[in-house]
Design a binder for this molecule. Structure first.
Ligand code: AR6
Length: 203
């Protein structure tokens, strides 16, 4: 994988928001990583497949128990399971919207994925969490629009958390990383988010 790059924004209250890539989220050592799952919670391709492969069968076993108890997970919802063999202790499973025309509630559902995942992490006293670019693969959400919703909602959620102090947005390839970086810079300029400090580093 190419040399990775991080843009770190320090927000009010000392909370941190990173944009990082190109990188594989299964290698992240945040306390939780988020899975872009589907409503069945029984696995799939993309980042979902990668997380189940790297984390092992304990994740799927817990997903099956959850589905037996609460039924399928609606788009915009989030649940947590063990991280199995991953470095992350928890996996937070969320279901993004399938993108159709951009006028069918996709933005609200995607915003809910970020907000509910951070809320559930905070409820579990989790300090750090990494997200993939939910819905931008198989579910077809345009990356620029998804970046805007992700960054704005993460920054907003971080202003309310008690435990979560670090959120990392992980981009799998350079193209998506560069789109996220451009969108973050635009949001900082338009004051839609107000970082106290921005650091950039290669790692
Ligand atoms: N680390 C980080 N990001 C990744 C990784 C990885 N290892 N692998 C892929 N991505 P997708 P969706 C990026 O399709 O659009 C599944 O089958 C990928 O490049 O995984 O929400 C589920 O079961 C893209 O930018 O998720 C659902 O059925 C982003 O992760 C459906 O796909 C999301 O792509 C969910 O579709």
């Amino acid at each position: 994988m190419d040399h990775a790059f991080t843009m770190r924004m320090s927000l009010d209250g000392g909370k941190l928001l990173d944009i990082h890539g190109p990188a594989d989220i299964t290698k992240e050592s945040t306390e939780a990583i988020v899975n872009a799952a589907n409503s069945s919670l029984l696995g799939g391709g993309g980042v979902d497949g990668a997380i189940h492969r790297a984390g092992g069968p304990a994740i799927l076993e817990e997903c099956r128990r959850l589905v037996a108890k609460i039924g399928q997970l609606n788009p915009g919802g989030a649940v947590t399971t063990t991280g199995g063999r991953l470095a992350a202790k928890y996996v937070i499973h969320t279901v993004g919207p399938v993108y159709s025309d951009g006028a069918s509630g996709e933005e609200e559902t995607l915003a809910s994925c970020y907000r509910q995942s951070i809320q559930i992490a905070d409820d579990h006293a989790i300090g750090s969490i990494a997200f993939p670019a939910i819905s931008t693969g198989a579910y077809g959400y345009p990356v620029g629009a998804a970046a805007e919703t992700a960054i704005e909602n993460v920054a907003h959620s971080l202003s309310h958390t008690h435990h979560v102090t670090l959120v990392r947005l992980i981009l799998f390839d350079n193209t998506d990383l560069n789109i996220y970086l451009r969108v973050a810079q635009k949001l900082c300029k338009t004051r839609s988010i107000v970082p106290l400090n921005i650091e950039k580093s290669s790692s």
